[in-house]
Write a protein that binds this ligand. Sequence first.
Ligand code: PEP
Ligand code: MN
Length: 264
Amino acid sequence: KLAAKSNQQQSLVQISDNVTFGREEIIIIGGPCAVESYEQMETVAEKLHTSPVKALRGGVYKPRTSPYAFQGMGETGLKVLAEVSHKYNLPVVTEVMAISQIEVIAAHADMLQVGSRNMQNFDLLKELGRAGKPILLKRGLAATIEEFVMAAEYILSHGNSDVVLCERGIRSFDNYTRNVLDLGAVAALKQITHLPVIVDPSHAAGGRELIAPLSRAAIACGADGLIIECHPVPEKSVSDAQQALSLEEMIDLVHTLVPVAFSV
Ligand code: PEP
Ligand code: MN
């Protein structure tokens, strides 16, 4: 398999001049679940660009459980991301849900995220193999490690070697947390593949209280980075409000991670 460790040593996935996954440095991506306005993203970037956060996130095409919930700002949101990205020199990651969105997202963002709900959208994965942009592939809600690796294999085998895996929690019997963060999968993926692996503690926890300890644990078990949701006014977030950190909490958290990153 192309993703197999035996094929090559650690791969490096570069998304901008100064952001590369797979090196010693832990890459932290921060931002809201959804892009809501220019002012919102500008506030986020203005606060985070001087911190150890190296990239911005924000969905503009949102996979919402309810069709009546906010579906994202679409192309207008992509323009917001691109403007803020250039102003603060922070690369941006945003979700792609359909083949028809690839071209416009690739024109505005530095990395395309495949969400959990699309991990096995094989036609989308094949087309992302030809997208010419790095891909952040999130683990499916109920995907085995083998299925996760095979999903990455679709992208790799269609011509794109820039794939970063993201563990974001899986469905299990206990719903005390939104999902169950599978750190065993992180350790295993680091052993069996050469791809960078990052962790999303926000969608795993579903609540802001657990994000700090899960972030520390993720780094301690070998993750190459983290993607964490934060918002200027967390309780006002249009989606995933309960798990959003404030920008101050985000900055405090990333500073506590620096010593953890150096000790492993
Ligand atoms: C997200 O990153 O906002 C998201 C919808 O994540 P997931 O696909 O992991 O649920
Ligand atoms: Mn979210």
